[in-house]
Write a protein that binds this ligand. Structure first.
Ligand code: GDP
Length: 298
């Protein structure tokens, strides 16, 4: 993906400057870290997250932990790599669908973030990769096109879908869909909930009622990577209200700068579980922090 390319280039420039340096000193580390800080801020990473990151890298670089067999440049690359993996969430966090059957996955987020598309993508992924039987539930009755959209996606991937109509109540839809899914022998149910352009109280109230009624195993906040720090702030609000279990970061194929991906775990404490890499249903990947850190550092 393009997302991290310019960040990677900037960091490469920083590391080059350590070449030919005999050892890590307060001076050359300080200089290098000023550049790292700028590179991260330019990538639209949250200000506080950048500060903590730079402080940790400084501490490790000047501490005794560094390996003597590495050159100063290699040492800094190694430390930055480790810290980037940490920023991205550490290890890969999988969906946790243990518990009741069918396991519920509630998709939440602002309108246009990619909820409906991601619901279809995850359903397809669960069927292909986990050999599960998904059931899709259109619960956004305020935007009738959303019902049609999910129903169409369900048809494309051959997954049953609840016959929602715009006059129905979203909480009733979800509750009824749960018993239908069970009757159809499905073991995972995805609720595509309504979004708004901005967070509002009636929406949060409705989501909270769906959560209470259906007790989903996962509540995935869908964040549009293109909106950068706004996505992070909105994630925080949804988490405070609904206690989300993870994040789907969409539109990572675009020219977003990567700030959302690098900040969302630190700010919300919740891991990114999937990334969307295109409009097609197969264009989604599990989020692997170590692989992404390696990609950033080349
Ligand atoms: P919703 O309102 O949250 O349900 O959003 P939609 O699922 O309707 O998605 C909004 C737009 O973003 C649609 O045009 C999707 O095709 C597009 N979209 C969703 N995910 C991705 C992605 O990962 N990459 C790209 N390029 N487009 C996406």
């Amino acid at each position: 993906t393009l997302v991290f390319e310019s960040l990677g280039e900037r960091l490469e420039g920083v590391f080059k400057r350590f070449r030919g340096q005999g050892k890590l000193t307060e001076e050359n580390v300080g200089e290098g870290l000023r550049e790292v800080r700028l590179a991260l801020l330019e990538a639209d990473v949250n200000f506080k997250v950048v500060k903590d990151f730079v402080d940790r890298v400084r501490e490790k670089s000047l501490g005794q932990e560094v390996m003597k067999s590495l050159t100063p440049g290699q040492q800094v690359v190694k430390i930055v790599h480790e810290e980037l993996v940490g920023l991205l969430g550490g290890s890969t966090t999988e969906l946790d669908l243990r518990g009741k059957t069918p396991a519920g996955i509630m998709m939440v987020g602002l309108q246009g973030s990619g909820k409906t598309t991601s619901a279809g993508k995850i359903a397809l992924w669960l069927r292909r990769e986990k050999k599960m039987k998904p059931y899709l539930v259109p619960a956004d009755v305020y935007r009738p096109a959303a019902i049609d959209q999910l129903t169409k996606l369900a048809g494309q991937i051959g997954v049953p879908v609840y016959p929602s109509t715009p006059d129905m109540n979203p909480v009733d839809i979800c509750a009824d869909a749960l018993s239908r899914a069970r009757e159809e022998g499905c073991n995972v149910i995805l609720y595509d909930t309504a979004g708004r352009l901005h967070i509002d109280e009636p929406l949060m109230e409705e989501l909270s009622r769906i959560k209470d009624k259906c007790a989903p195993a996962e509540i995935l906040f869908v964040a549009d990577a293109m909106t950068g720090q706004d996505a992070v702030n909105v994630a925080k609000s949804f988490d405070e209200r609904l206690d989300i279990s993870g994040v789907v970061l969409t539109k990572m194929d675009g020219d977003a700068r990567g700030g959302a991906a690098l900040s969302i775990k630190s700010v919300t404490g919740k891991a990114v579980k999937f990334v969307g890499l295109g409009e097609a249903l197969s264009e989604m990947e599990v989020f692997h922090p170590d692989r992404i850190a390696s990609r950033i550092l080349g």
